[in-house]
Design a protein around this ligand. Structure first.
Ligand code: ARG
Ligand code: ZN
Length: 875
């Protein structure tokens, strides 16, 4: 059942025009598609056209106006094949589909009272028979016919060109999208929606209407996304020279959505949790997520839509690049250091885990069973890191030359990752052949570093070794081109100027540019010599997380503490602190723990230095999550991790109790809440201080209670709620949760936060509570956000309960997966991720987890999605 990249070939026909008519009736929708077919001279010449289609009722089929005889076509579960075709035809296909019972949320479905679509990757084939592949690009005209009183809003891609009343009283609206596009970018929305409108003038003077459509109760939650959209549009003009290309740009918020959002041409569709916000209901973290996703989808208009993917093996071409673009945008809007820290945390916890597990795949995979399973952290986040390394190698200017060439050269085309890299090479006259291994080799390279300071030579010898572990189907990897950004720090904390001896440059290129401070490490082993050093410096390696690799480099606690204090690279300050904390947590697994005095002093300094960015300080003082710690442990014992982390947390809270209290008081603000960077940064540190303060003292808990009852914004309310949940006082925790539910029961996005804060809690997320929540009136098995809030939070965050020694947590997850396999395979498959890690656990847990995987594997009627993950996990 696997599909291989090496089997790619062009289609036998192109579809130059696609005219769709949707007749939205109560019980079903009838879709009429008129396709203009043109033979592809570069394709096979068999005269057979094989269209994709799933779950369709075929009502009619005509070729150039004549009904096709049954001898001319065959229908299977997944295809419609027509034989005996010539060079050019008009093919008309009439199908009936059932949006109301579409629980998979792919193709056309109903969410609440509205119709909406999700066509990426292969959802369009659930709407009509089509060449549902991204290299087939077509001009789409869409007619929507529906009862205008129930569906006053009817939208599709492009511009609205007609709006008429039919003889039977129903309304017909026509949309024309002049830009050729693959079917995965098609969208349709119909519903009783309100919209907020704004305008944007592009750099060349085009006047664009911006609209966000929502269900009426959400109309007060659209301002921030509109604003973020305008910032994104401006930023893409300034940083990439890319301008919007239609007269209207629309966003629609829907409650039932498998992923975060979708970049359909001119008509982005968003999971409501990724677009709707107001101060009372959304946290600062939610605001930042909304800003990033609005930007991401908008940026796809160029990196994805204008230039699209030839096939789905190229998915990272658009996703890796677009994540890189949205990350740069967020870094520009907020703190670049903090953004880098967050991204590295994500890569180290989730992507490294994927790379080390049964689903490991290259950024450009060479095969898959179900493409929906490949919307992964490897394709997205590692793909973005790989683009980021190209940026590091070429510099900002060189990278921009490359992206300009890429967009100009391939505008309107469906291309490959190779084409992207070729544009970068050609614009800069560099050879990235070796670098391209990053796209082909799966797994996380491990870089070990050893230093030798030679006083007589006044030189530091740095020897780097790299090795990339075997992954399923890939053994014996080649060394990769790893950009190593580094600094040498003198005893006074200042960076030293660095000179590297060129004699040892074996990479065949300049190894060191002092402006970028990037070494190019390209062989299995290389030694770099830094000269002119009268004293041994402290080495700061992989600054700015310059490559997605694991680093083995022994530094003493004193050196780590020194770097936490002095490293001029904010990311590496954080990294040094995390390494220290990992060591502490390791020690604390076995014994009580006390915070070392020298570390305490550094932390006091951080808490009291008002010149520092409070958001950064907050990250510097935050312990690694249990999931992060697990990635640095082998084998993984979740209960020992939990215990060790808890002890260190308590030790820090006790040793710094006064400072946390004072820091909290200093940062309390009476200004009106604004979702803007400075306020957000201050709140982050304030609420971190509250969380420690309330662990160590009743005064802190009283303060949390006061904040919970008096605040006007969700950031502070949620932080207070979490502190109360963690207070260890079960009654207080439950009272607070009840009060919160009373206050917010009519706002489903807030209720989702209420669900996940319990399900993901080490104190509360027990099996019996999860079972209660699954029975709660607020829960709904059809809604992916609710499933993620309860089951996802439980399995990914409440690790000490999920990994219950009797295996009951695994069993609950497997039950949910089996249930969802029948209704929503994409969600079922995503929930499997925690179970794929069974091999890394301590034996007693490992066996139990494997048994649950086997139980899932033994189910009849497994979807392709679930089958692929389960079978690869057990292989
Ligand atoms: N292209 C979308 C984005 O990254 C993701 C859509 C994925 N949908 C899916 N069913 N796998 O912005
Ligand atoms: Zn994307």
């Amino acid at each position: 059942q696997s599909i291989y990249l090496k089997d790619y070939c062009q289609p036998e026909y192109w579809i130059s025009q696609t005219e769709l008519t949707f007749d939205l009736q109560d019980d079903a929708t009838v879709v009429t598609a008129v396709l203009t077919l043109e033979a592809n001279s570069a394709g096979a010449q068999s005269g057979v056209l094989e269209l994709h289609g799933q779950q369709l009722e075929l009502l009619g089929l005509t070729l150039d106006g004549d009904v096709l005889g049954t001898g001319r076509y065959t229908v299977t579960d997944e295809t419609l094949s027509i034989t005996g075709l010539a060079q050019q035809h008009f093919l008309t296909i009439v199908t009936r589909i059932y949006p109301a019972t579409n629980t998979a949320l792919e193709g056309l479905y109903r969410s609440g009272g509205m119709y909406c679509t999700q066509c990426e990757a292969e959802g369009f084939r659930r709407i009509t028979y089509y060449l549902d592949r991204p290299d087939v690009m077509s001009v789409f005209t869409t007619h929507i016919i529906a009862d205008g009183s129930r569906y006053p809003v009817m939208l599709s891609n492009g511009n609205c060109t007609a709006d008429e009343m039919l003889a039977d009283g129903r309304r017909k609206v026509t949309w024309l999208d002049p830009h050729r596009k693959p079917a995965y970018l098609f969208a349709l929305v119909a519903g009783d929606l309100l919209n907020k409108e704004d305008r944007f003038t592009t750099m060349s003077g085009r006047d664009v209407t911006l609209k966000i459509f929502v269900e009426p109760q959400n109309i007060d939650k659209t301002d921030y996304a509109l604003d973020a959209l305008k910032r994104s549009m401006r930023w893409d003009e300034e940083v990439y020279g890319r301008e919007y290309d239609l007269d209207i740009f629309m966003i629609v918020a829907v409650d039932d959505f498998n992923m975060g959002a979708m970049e359909n041409k001119g008509l982005n569709i968003f999971n409501s949790s990724c677009v709707l916000a107001n101060p009372a209901t959304a946290t600062d973290a939610a605001y930042q997520r909304i800003e990033a996703i609005v930007a991401h989808e908008y940026f796809h208009n160029w990196s994805g839509n204008r230039v699209t993917c030839r096939d789905w093996f190229q998915l990272s071409l658009k996703e890796g690049f677009t994540v890189f673009r949205d990350a740069s945008f967020s870094a520009d809007m907020h703190s670049a250091t903090v953004k880098r820290i967050e991204d590295a945390k994500m890569v180290r916890t989730v992507q490294f885990a994927e790379d080390g597990g049964p689903m490991a795949h290259p950024v450009q995979p060479d095969s898959f069973i179900e493409i929906a399973n490949f919307y992964t952290v490897t394709i997205y986040e590692k793909g973005a890191e790989v683009v980021g390394m190209i940026h590091k190698i070429l510099g900002a200017e060189g990278f921009r030359k490359g992206s300009d060439l890429y967009f100009d050269r391939h505008d309107g085309q469906a291309v490959t990752i190779h084409d992207f890299v070729a544009a970068m090479e050609d614009a800069n006259g560099v050879d990235l052949t070796l670098f391209k291994l990053w796209y082909k080799q799966a797994g996380t390279p491990v870089v070990s570093a050893a230093v030798d300071y030679r006083e007589d030579e006044q030189a530091l010898y740095l020897t780097l070794r790299q090795q990339c572990p075997d992954t399923p189907g890939q053994i014996g990897k080649q060394p990769m081109w790893i950009p190593v950004q580094l600094g040498l720090i003198a005893a006074d904390g200042q960076d030293l100027p660095v000179q590297v001896a060129p004699a040892l440059n074996t990479a065949g290129m300049e190894t060191w540019t002092s402006a970028s401070q990037v070494l190019h490490f390209t062989e299995a082993e290389q030694t770099f010599v830094f000269s002119g050093l009268a004293q041994p410096p402290v080495l700061s390696l992989f600054r700015d997380f310059s490559a997605p690799v694991k680093v083995e480099f022994q530094q003493s606690p004193q050196e780590l503490l020194f770097r936490l204090q002095h490293d001029s690279d904010g990311f590496n300050r954080w990294d040094a602190g995390q390494r220290l904390m990992l060591d502490w947590i390791d020690q604390a697994r076995l014994d009580e723990f006390e915070l070392p005095e020298d570390a305490r002093q550094v932390m006091v300094q951080l808490l009291t230095d008002e010149t520092l960015d409070p958001a950064m300080v907050s990250y510097l003082l935050t312990l690694p999550s249990e999931a992060y710690i697990a990635e640095f442990s082998d084998p993984v014992d979740p209960h020992a991790i939990h215990l060790g982390r808890k002890r260190v947390r308590l030790a820090m809270a006790m040793a710094l109790n006064e400072q946390f209290a004072a820091c909290y008081q200093r940062l309390v603000s009476h200004a009106e809440y604004q979702p803007e960077p400075q306020q957000m940064a201050a709140r982050t540190l304030k609420n971190l201080a509250l969380s420690y303060w309330s662990v160590a003292s009743d005064a802190g808990i009283r303060q949390a209670l006061a904040q919970f009852g008096s605040t006007d914004n969700m950031t502070d309310q949620m932080a207070a709620l979490v502190a109360l949940i963690n207070s260890g006082d079960d009654e207080l925790a439950q009272q607070s949760l009840d009060a919160f539910y009373q206050q917010w029961q009519n706002d489903s996005l807030v209720v989702n936060q209420w669900l996940s804060v319990q399900s993901g809690s080490a104190d509360l997320g027990t099996l019996s509570r999860i079972q209660q929540l699954l029975e709660h009136e607020a829960f709904d098995w059809r809604n992916p956000n609710k499933i993620r809030s309860v089951i996802g939070a439980f399995a990914n965050q409440a690790l000490c309960h999920f990994h219950a020694v009797d295996g009951s947590g695994y069993e609950l997850l497997a039950d949910a997966i089996i249930r969802l396999n029948a209704t929503n395979p994409q969600i079922a498959s995503r929930l499997l991720t925690p179970l794929t890690k069974w091999r890394r656990l301590i034996p007693e847990l490992s066996e139990q987890m494997k048994a649950q995987l086997e139980r899932v594997a033994a189910q009849p009627d497994l979807s392709r999605d679930v089958y692929e993950v389960v079978s690869k996990s057990l292989a």
